[in-house]
Design a protein around this ligand. Structure first.
Ligand code: A2H
Length: 253
């Protein structure tokens, strides 16, 4: 835990079609007409053009929380408590939980990914998602996150083992940010550091630090409304735009 609070952007990924087990879990508990969102917390809102899937921890338990009259968020209990304190939910006080869903039951759910080249993406498993950070939901941007690239590569390689359809993990990875080294910095670093799987924790940590520094301080947007602008400049603009459109909200911890 750092000394300063992390200012996350929590994205709203609207559920379009539930995986069968998730549909079962919420049946009769969440009103039919309500919009339900998975809400990944990110520090890199400017990369959201590159989302290819959404990760949940298969062994984590998530709650479906009532955020307002007609909107529900899928997040950890811990995140819901924090959000209640931050006044993110319409009703103050104890967050209202409509249902529990096991992470593994969410796998395969189809969601909308705001800003992405791929407007619809699948929920996929990532063992390393921590229950103690963010919302327990992580949107996957393999162009700029080494962790995400290592995981989608693994999922595509071993789709049967993970019980997913191979094509869910094989969406095209578009360049989002140009840096002096590459326009696909995460895949570049994963190859360069010879990272073979998501289990190569030490090298992944190194790749993550390199990617974060270079992307933030030397990156230039290659796509979107702020194309040509420095990442440092574009980041708060993309964030503000997402929030204005109701596709994200500020969340800190
Ligand atoms: B970031 P920090 Cl493109 N468990 O978003 C594991 N990882 C989590 C998490 C959790 N519960 N909650 C959030 N995260 C990830 C984008 C991104 C991120 C890019 C590049 C780097 C990067 C797309 N994934 O993070 O420990 C989320 O992934 C590297 C720092 O609070 C979130 O931002 O600093 C980041 O970790 C927050 O990590």
């Amino acid at each position: 835990e750092g000394v300063l609070p992390q200012e996350y952007t929590a994205l709203k990924l609207k559920v379009i079609e539930w995986a069968p087990q998730a549909a079962e879990a919420i049946k009769g508990k969440v009103p039919e007409g309500a919009s339900v969102y998975l809400c990944p917390a990110t520090l890199r809102p400017e990369t959201m053009y590159g989302q290819v899937c959404c990760f949940v921890g298969p062994s984590l338990t998530y709650g479906v929380f009532r955020a307002s009259e007609n909107e529900y968020f899928v997040i950890t209990d811990r995140a819901a408590r924090n959000m209640a304190y931050q006044g993110i939910f319409e009703k103050d006080g104890v967050p209202e939980k409509a249902a529990d869903i096991q992470g593994s039951d969410l796998i395969g759910t189809l969601v909308n990914a705001p800003l992405s080249f791929h407007p619809q993406v699948r929920v996929l498993p990532m063992e390393s998602v921590l229950a103690t950070k963010g919302t327990g939901v992580v949107t996957s941007v393999p162009s700029d996150s080494p962790d995400d690239f290592a995981m989608v590569t693994e999922l595509a390689k071993k789709a049967d083992f993970y019980g997913i359809k191979k094509e869910w993990a094989e969406l095209e990875i578009h360049p989002i940010i140009q840096t002096p080294t590459s326009d696909l910095l995460a895949p570049y670093l994963v190859k360069k550091l010879k990272i073979a799987s998501p289990k190569d924790a030490k090298q992944l940590l190194e790749a993550k630090e390199l990617a974060y520094k270079e992307g933030f301080y030397q990156g230039v947007m290659k796509v979107g409304e702020f194309k040509g602008e420095k990442v440092e400049v574009a980041k708060p603009k993309v964030r503000e735009q997402l929030i204005q459109k109701g596709e994200a909200f500020a969340y800190s911890e």
